[in-house]
Design a binder for this molecule. Structure first.
Ligand SMILES: [Zn+2]
Ligand SMILES: [Zn+2]
Length: 264
């Protein structure tokens, strides 16, 4: 029985619906004991319209912390953020970690030949290998408490080929080494089934990746990646639970949070 979610968004990123309180009320209604809000970080290095602007950052912190306090007798609320990893900017991650409880690595962009490329539509084996290498470096950096949708590289990539297999091993090996939880992400299911040369599949979670993940011993956690309070536990989550069972994956329900702040 699901009673937590650590990957939930906020209306401040401009493509999600709901304030912290909307998500928390829904989570309480569902019987959740823990809710982590982890909206998309502002960033100048990785510009994208799908994230909150810097001018919203303080409002975001204040909103989550206010709700955390007001609902503390009913549910544990954590303040998180989701971001990509760019090696050159240690101060940037440390800056967030001064305030937030945890960072989620959602590696939505890779750096390829000096340009940013969306991880949602990688098309060449070398892109997939770059994704895996950057995720490996991100895990090793120690900034993150959770690796979101590790198999995002399959989103626009048709065939699970040798590069995809290599990428899966590299990511899982590293996650095992650092004991970093990796996420089975229900939002890929909400994107709907797509036709691939290997049959009809969700863009992610991708079965072939998780068959490889099974060979390693890192923690696995199911997340909604909710962009609306009603998706905290929806049909996509139920389908994800069924896939997890079919794949024989063992999941954890509490995320070890590296940077958890003292509560009042
Ligand atoms: Zn989003
Ligand atoms: Zn997300």
């Amino acid at each position: 029985m699901i009673d937590s979610n650590y990957h939930s968004h906020h209306m401040l990123c401009n493509h999600a619906v709901g304030t912290t309180e909307d998500y928390v009320k829904k989570a309480i209604e569902l019987g959740f004991k823990v809710l982590g809000i982890s909206d998309h970080v502002p960033s100048e290095t990785v510009p994208d319209s799908m994230r909150m602007p810097y001018t919203s950052l303080n409002a975001y912190y204040a909103d989550v912390l206010d709700v955390q306090k007001r609902y503390q007798s009913l549910i544990d609320v954590y303040l998180g953020m989701e971001c990509e990893y760019v090696e050159s900017d240690a101060a940037y991650y440390q800056g967030f970690l001064d305030t937030v409880d945890y960072l989620v690595l959602g590696h939505h962009y890779i750096q390829h030949n000096g340009t940013l490329q969306s991880s949602f539509n990688l098309s060449k084996p070398e892109h997939v290998l770059t994704y895996a290498k950057e995720v490996k470096d991100a895990i090793a950096s120690g900034y993150f408490s959770l690796l979101a949708h590790p198999d995002l590289y399959m989103c626009g990539y048709d065939t699970f080929d040798e590069a995809c297999e290599k990428a899966a091993h590299l990511i899982c090996q590293t996650a095992e080494m650092y004991q970093l939880p990796i996420e089975f992400n229900a939002n890929g299911i909400r994107r709907g089934i797509k036709q691939t040369s290997q049959g009809n599949r969700y863009p992610y979670p991708r079965e072939e990746f998780w068959q490889i993940a099974k060979q390693y011993k890192m923690p696995i956690i199911l997340s909604s990646d909710a962009h609306h309070p009603n998706t905290l536990y929806d049909d996509a989550m139920k389908k994800a639970e069924a896939m997890i069972q079919l794949l024989g994956l063992k999941t954890i329900h509490r995320l070890p949070i590296k940077n958890a702040k003292n509560r009042l």
